[in-house]
Design a protein around this ligand. Structure first.
Ligand SMILES: Cc1ncc(COP(=O)(O)O)c(C=O)c1O
Length: 400
């Protein structure tokens, strides 16, 4: 007899890797795959900088291979605190907990905050881990709309209308995944205002804060004055350490209103023992060392973004807002006049017929449907080949 599992497992979905599973199967059978589905720069021509790699090797050779403190190494917490201070957010080391990637932080935070029936307001479309973990812990991820015509900025009135008696927190992801939207100060202040009016925790995920093309990034912690604030950030993207798994949670807690949340996080940090010790040493090197790799990455990505936007414009049926941060394009598919009823059908057919892997927009929430997400991480020749295939694929099926 098949062994049963907890019903909550059924709540966990992660569209990005689901499409990858089908791509892996096709690749095994000899189909050439062009992977534009996973947000990992290290898979392309962006490599972990040598000073960070050297620091990891040195840490291992110098025997920093033991368990460390559950909340993270003091020198890394100090370096994170300095970084945040430099961005206008005064967060003491004691209010910083190091995690094995933001992903672990999301699981810990939702595990601490969400009682059955609790609601968290999440932007839609957005990164699916939050929805998955909120549901896993018995809560409800309540979507608030972001508006494509306004560069995917949050619809503040819609956000306000989604607050209920069970709402515990509001999530902001800036720059956003999958839309690449970069929010201006006014927008952030409006979200802070909704949180303050309703006594909600403001959670901000700012993992793409250094990957910005036009405009400037404003850390939510620097404008979140009278609000309970929890931030998440990490080293995967800007410091090209995706596979190493390093991130952090920080609490802005002048009046100790978050002291139980912090204690809860520390309890969970203890049961998972500790973050990876030598990788934390490399994290210190990343924060204190050269930042040239970030400048170079942003310059390359800007060129690839512009190339991709132009290519999308030239394809009948597709259109896209301009992403001002991160490395995703989120084109709209005008499905009318095509053979596809949904974005998922489009994405699966595209994969099967051309080997180009993108993710269906509906995998990022209700307001993502009729879109797909692609990374513009590959070099221009690969992007060019992918767009040629997408163009020919659409042409061969278009009836409009
Ligand atoms: C918004 C957002 N948060 C968190 C993560 C995961 O970060 P980490 O690698 O630190 O677990 C991602 C990865 O794509 C992301 O897009």
């Amino acid at each position: 007899m098949v062994v049963g599992v907890a019903a909550r497992v059924g709540e966990v979905e992660y569209a990005i890797r689901e499409v990858a599973a089908l791509a892996a199967k096709l690749s095994k059978s000899g189909v050439k795959i062009i992977p534009l589905n996973i947000g990992d720069p290290v898979k392309f021509d962006f490599k972990t900088p040598s000073h960070i790699k050297d620091a990891l090797v040195k840490a291992v050779l110098e025997e920093h291979n033991m368990y460390g403190p559950s909340e993270g190494l003091p020198e890394l917490r100090e370096a994170v605190s300095e970084r945040l201070a430099g961005m206008g957010a005064d967060i003491v080391e004691d209010d910083i907990i190091i995690t094995n990637g933001i992903s672990e932080g999301i699981q810990m935070l939702t595990g601490v905050l969400v009682e059955a029936g609790d609601e968290i307001l999440v932007p839609s479309p957005s990164y699916p881990s939050y929805n998955a973990y909120i549901r896993f812990y018995g809560g409800k991820a309540v979507s608030y709309r972001t508006v494509e015509e306004e560069g995917w900025a949050p619809d503040i009135e819609h956000l306000r209308s989604r607050v209920s008696k069970r709402t515990k927190a509001v999530l902001l992801i800036n720059p956003n995944n999958p839309t690449g939207a970069l929010y201006d100060v006014k927008t952030i202040k409006e979200v802070v205002q909704v949180a303050a009016e309703n006594n909600l925790i403001l959670i901000a995920d700012e993992i793409y804060d250094e990957i910005v093309f036009d405009g400037s990034f404003t850390p939510a912690a620097s404008v979140a004055k009278d609000v309970n604030f929890i931030g998440l950030n990490g080293f995967s993207k800007a410091h090209l350490m995706t596979g190493w798994r390093l991130g952090y949670i920080y609490l802005k807690d002048g009046e100790s209103r978050l002291k139980e949340v912090k204690e809860g996080l520390l309890r969970l940090a203890r049961v998972r023992l500790c973050p990876n010790t030598p990788v934390q040493k490399a994290g210190v090197a990343a924060l204190k060392g050269s930042r040239d790799h970030i400048r170079d990455m942003v310059a390359k990505l800007r060129e690839r973004r512009d190339f991709s936007l132009k290519a999308v414009e030239e394809i009948e049926v597709l259109s896209s807002a301009t992403p001002n941060g991160a490395f995703y394009l989120f084109p709209k598919i005008n499905l009318k006049g095509t053979k596809w009823a949904t974005d998922k059908e489009f994405v699966l057919d595209l994969l099967k017929e051309t080997g180009v892997v993108v993710v269906h927009g509906s995998g990022f929430g209700d307001y993502g449907s009729d879109h797909f997400r692609m990374v513009f991480l590959p070099p221009l020749d690969v992007l060019g080949e992918a767009f040629e295939k997408i163009k020919a694929f659409i042409k061969s099926h278009y009836r409009g």
